[in-house]
Design a protein. Structure first.
Length: 656
C-alpha cells in the first residue's frame, strides 16, 4: 500500500506526541531528542562532489514478512522522498513503518536509527533506498553520515505512577491509573506500543452467556462438561465449582444454545492448568473478564455477538472484536484490538499520561523498603523516573531469552535456540522478572513454559494461516493422517506433534474458512508460506503426503460434523471441509508463553520471598506467575493482561 508523507505526519503525531510533555510540570520535555541534521559533502556551489541522475527509482528487498518495494525520488544533490509502495509487514509494524523513510529524507542519510521492535523492516527500507541511490549513480559516502543526538537536558521525571512496559498489561494499567486520577509515565524500551500483545491473536476469554447462546451446543460439548462434573474433585475449590455448575445446568436447556458461566471458565482454567494455578487469582481473572470486555467496549471496541475459540481455549468463549483507531485503520481479531484503544486514549490525554519510547528500564529504586521509582537508559543517558504512589511492572515474559528459559525449563526436553518464539523477541527477555528479583520479589512457576502448536518451523512466527485456532480445520502428519484432537490443550497438541515423524504437522482448511480472495492468506500463498490447491489430490502433492490418507482425514472430520463419534475426541466444529480452494500450512511447536514470574496477590501487589507485600510495587501480565498453572488456556492471556492491568493501575494510583 502506498503511504504519502502527509499520512506519515498524522501517524507520527499520534505516536510521538505521547512523549511531548511530562504530567508533572509544564517545562518537562520528552527524553527522546531531536537529532542534528547532517548534510552531504557538497562543493562551494552547493552541488555534491558526485551528482546523481535526477529521477524516481524503485527497489524490492525482502523484509520481515516478505518482499517490500520502495520508491526513492532524487534530484542531483538530495533525496526528495522515500515511499513504501508495497509490503507484507504485520499490523503492529504498520504503526511505525514510515518512520525510517521520513528520517532518511530528514537527515539525507541511510545511516539512521531504525525503530526498536521493527528493526528488520527498517533495515529493509535502508537497503532498498541504498539500492535506489546506487541506481542514481550516487556516491554512497555522501549519504552515510550518522545523525548526532542532541544532549538530553532533562534526566529526571516524577509522576504518581510509573508503568514499566507498554504492552497490553502496561497500557491497561496506565489508562486505569489515569482514570483513577493519577499522573502516569509509561517507560517502554521499544519504539512502538503493544509489546508481544500487538503480535498476538488478540482473543479475550470471558464467559458472557448471552453471546454463548448464539452458538449451538453439541452433544459432544455437553459430554465434555459432564466429564468435568463427574470426575473426583482435586480439592474443595474444584468441588465447589462442580456443585455450582451442576445447579446451573439443572436450569439449562440445550436447545437454547451453548452453555457458559464464570464458574465453568474457572473450572476449565484450574483443571486445564493441572491444578497448579492459584484459585484466588483464577477467580479474580474469570470473574472480572466480562467487565474487561465492557471496559474495552467503552473505549471503542465492538465485539461480535458470536464468540470464537482460540487454540487450546477448551470452550467457545474467546471474545473477538474490531476497533476503529484514530490513525484511520480498523483492526480486527488480533492483538491491536487490545492495544490501540489504550494508545488512542493516551494520545488524547497526554497532559496527564504519556509513553516514553526507546527507553529501557534497568533498575528499581528503593527507599526505606519501598519501591519509589525506576532507573532507565535512553540513547546512552541514564534517566530517573520517580513514582509518588507506585510502580507497575508490566514487561512481559522471558520466552525469547534462550538462556533464561533453558535455566528454568522443567517441562520440555529442550528449549534451545532451535526452538522459535512467537512473541515480540525484544519484549520477551524477562527484564521485569530480573528487576523484581533484585529487590526481593518471590518468583513462582518459572519452570512452566508453554509451547504453541502454530509456529512456523525455524522462526516461531505464530500468525501464519491457516491458523490452528478457530473451527473448520484439521491437523495431519507427514503421512496425511489426523493424529490428535484439534481442540486439545496446547501442551497436548505440542506433545502429539513432537511424536510425529519430523516433529511437525500440517494445518489444512478450505474456502469455508478462507473465501477465495482473502488477502491475509493469499499474501502467504504469494510468499510460499501457505500452500493452495483446487483439489485435495493436488494439495496432497504440494504437501508431499499420501492423497488417499488426506482425503480419508477430511472424510473422518466430516463424519464427525455429521454426528459420528470422533476417534480423537473432537467436540467443537462447525462446517464440513470440501469446498475448494484448499490450503495447508506447515507448523511446529514454538515457545509462546512463560507461566512463571513475579508472585502477586489478587490486588497485584508483588510479594517478597519472605511472604510480605513489597510496598510501592505492583505487577500485571506475563511478568507474573501463579495464575495459569502448568498450561494456559488459549485466550486467557488477553483476559489476564486487561483484568490485572486494570487492577494494578487503580491500586498504584492511590498506593493501596
Amino acid at each position: 500500500m502506498k503511504r504519502l508523507f502527509a499520512s506519515f505526519c498524522l501517524l507520527l503525531a499520534l505516536l510521538f506526541a505521547l512523549c511531548a510533555c511530562a504530567p508533572t510540570t509544564a517545562d518537562n520535555v520528552s527524553p527522546t531528542p531531536e537529532a542534528a541534521e547532517p548534510t552531504p559533502e557538497t562543493t562551494e556551489s552547493g552541488m555534491l562532489n558526485t551528482p546523481m541522475t535526477a529521477g524516481t527509482y524503485t527497489a524490492t528487498v525482502n523484509a520481515h514478512n516478505g518482499p517490500m518495494t520502495v520508491e526513492t525520488k532524487v534530484d542531483e544533490n538530495s533525496i526528495l522522498s522515500v515511499t513504501i509502495v508495497s509490503d507484507y509487514e504485520s499490523d503492529p509494524v504498520q504503526l511505525v513503518i514510515d518512520v525510517v523513510p521520513e528520517r532518511i529524507v530528514q537527515y539525507q542519510s541511510v545511516n539512521v536509527d531504525t525503530v526498536a521492535g521493527a528493526t528488520v523492516c527498517g533495515a529493509a527500507v535502508k537497503a532498498a533506498v541504498t539500492d535506489c541511490l546506487e541506481q542514481a549513480g550516487a556516491n554512497l559516502d555522501d549519504f552515510s553520515s550518522a545523525p548526532e543526538s542532541d544532549p538530553i537536558e532533562v534526566t529526571e521525571y516524577t509522576a504518581d505512577v510509573i508503568v514499566v512496559g507498554a504492552g497490553g498489561a502496561g497500557l491497561a494499567a496506565a489508562v486505569s491509573a489515569h482514570n483513577s486520577g493519577a499522573s502516569v509515565i509509561v517507560v517502554e524500551k521499544l519504539g512502538l506500543p503493544g509489546g508481544s500483545t500487538a503480535f498476538s491473536g488478540g482473543l479475550l476469554n470471558a464467559a458472557i452467556p448471552e453471546r454463548s447462546l448464539n452458538v449451538a451446543m453439541t452433544d459432544s460439548n455437553l459430554s465434555s462438561i459432564n466429564a468435568l462434573l463427574e470426575k473426583e474433585p482435586y480439592d474443595e475449590f474444584e468441588a465447589g465449582l462442580q456443585e455450582t455448575i451442576r445447579k446451573q445446568m439443572a436450569d439449562y436447556d440445550q436447545s437454547q444454545g451453548m452453555f457458559d458461566s464464570v464458574e465453568l471458565h474457572m473450572l476449565q482454567t484450574y483443571n486445564g492448568g493441572d491444578y497448579m494455578g492459584n484459585p484466588d487469582l483464577i477467580t479474580t481473572l474469570c470473574v472480572n473478564a466480562p467487565a474487561a470486555t465492557e471496559w474495552l467496549t467503552e473505549l471503542g471496541v465492538v465485539y461480535s455477538d458470536v464468540p470464537g475459540m482460540a487454540t487450546g481455549a477448551l470452550w467457545q468463549r474467546s471474545q473477538q472484536g474490531t476497533y476503529a483507531a484514530l490513525n484511520g485503520n480498523t483492526y480486527a481479531n488480533q492483538g491491536l484490538v487490545d492495544v490501540m484503544p489504550f494508545v488512542d486514549y493516551i494520545a488524547q490525554n497526554n497532559d496527564g499520561v504519556r509513553i516514553d519510547y526507546s527507553t529501557r528500564a534497568t533498575e528499581l529504586l528503593v527507599e526505606n523498603g519501598r519501591v519509589t521509582g525506576v532507573l532507565a537508559e535512553h540513547d546512552g543517558t541514564v534517566i530517573t523516573y520517580r513514582a509518588t504512589n507506585g510502580v507497575v511492572m508490566a514487561t512481559g515474559g522471558f520466552g525469547a531469552n534462550v538462556e533464561m528459559r533453558q535455566q528454568y525449563n522443567e517441562q520440555w526436553d529442550d528449549l534451545g535456540s532451535s526452538i522459535g518464539c512467537s512473541n515480540q523477541n525484544p519484549a520477551a527477555q524477562g527484564d521485569g522478572i530480573v528487576m523484581g528479583a533484585a529487590v526481593g520479589a518471590d518468583l513462582v512457576d518459572m519452570g512452566l513454559i508453554q509451547l504453541h502448536p502454530n509456529g512456523e518451523p525455524g522462526t516461531g512466527n505464530m500468525m501464519l494461516e491457516p491458523h490452528t485456532s478457530g473451527l473448520n480445520r484439521i491437523f495431519v502428519n507427514s503421512d496425511g493422517n489426523r493424529f490428535v484432537n484439534e481442540d486439545a490443550r496446547r501442551d497436548d497438541l505440542c506433545n502429539a506433534t513432537y511424536a510425529q515423524e519430523g516433529q511437525f504437522m500440517w494445518v489444512v482448511a478450505d474456502s469455508t474458512r478462507y473465501p477465495e480472495g482473502t488477502e491475509s492468506i493469499e499474501n502467504l500463498v504469494t510468499l510460499g508460506k501457505t500452500l493452495k490447491a483446487d483439489t485435495v489430490e493436488e494439495l496432497a502433492g504440494l504437501m508431499g503426503v499420501d492423497a488417499n490418507n488426506l482425503q480419508a482425514a477430511i472424510d473422518q472430520y466430516n463424519a464427525t460434523v455429521d454426528g459420528a463419534e470422533d476417534p480423537f475426541g473432537l467436540t467443537t466444529y462447525d462446517q464440513k471441509l470440501g469446498n475448494p480452494p484448499f490450503y495447508a500450512g506447515k507448523r511446529s511447536p514454538t515457545v509462546h508463553h512463560t507461566m512463571g514470574g513475579l508472585r502477586i496477590d489478587t490486588e497485584t501487589h508483588v510479594i517478597s520471598t519472605e511472604g510480605w507485600v513489597i510496598p510501592g510495587l505492583y505487577a500485571a501480565g506475563e511478568v507474573t506467575g501463579d495464575i495459569h498453572g502448568g498450561n494456559r488456556l488459549g485466550g486467557n492471556a488477553i483476559a489476564d493482561i486487561i483484568v490485572f492491568g486494570r487492577i494494578a493501575g487503580a491500586n498504584a494510583a492511590t498506593g493501596a
